[in-house]
Design a protein. Structure first.
Length: 162
């Protein structure tokens, strides 16, 4: 069973002493309670040009085409990319191949099945949207390649920042 963590501001109404000390808190409003997201993998900022092969898009009527994307961050559990608004919907499954530059001489080809789990509309640009993709199916070898890439990049970030 996965336990969820939540964060909210409140006021202590009463302190109760006794065998088991307790406190009584003021109940926060529902919209003031925020779920804290736990990550299983190191996520690193990235600006990676990538190409995904998009299949069976209802909006375009095309059976299959390449879509160029910019990955904003990546982890062994998924990635976030920017795109035009609105292209994908939350809950959309993507069963494709992700191509991106591992380094200047190596292109990584990652087969995956993922789901759009988050859509962020940046306040600075209404035509651009950030999509969070969670890997649903990915081989251990491909996931290991991404994790190694993230660790290498984190070391580079730490070395630059001192």
């Amino acid at each position: 069973m996965e336990k969820e963590l939540y964060k909210f501001n409140t006021i202590v109404i009463k302190k109760i002493t006794g065998h088991i000390p307790s406190i009584v808190l003021q109940k926060p409003e529902r919209d003031e309670i925020n779920r804290i997201q736990r990550r299983e993998f190191l996520r690193i900022p990235a600006l990676l040009n990538a190409k995904i092969l998009v299949s069976d898009l209802e909006d375009t009527g095309k059976k299959q085409h390449d879509m160029l994307i910019t990955i904003i961050n990546i982890s062994g559990g998924g990635f976030r990319f920017s795109g035009v608004n609105p292209y994908f919907k939350k809950g959309t499954y993507i069963q494709d191949i992700l191509y991106f530059e591992k380094d200047k001489t190596t292109i990584m080809e990652i087969g995956f099945e993922g789901e759009i789990v988050n859509i962020i509309h940046p306040p600075t640009n209404q035509e651009l949207v950030e999509y969070g993709v969670k890997f649903k199916e990915i081989s251990n070898a491909h996931q290991d390649m991404i994790i190694q890439y993230c660790m290498k990049k984190q070391i580079e970030i730490n070395n630059v920042n001192g």
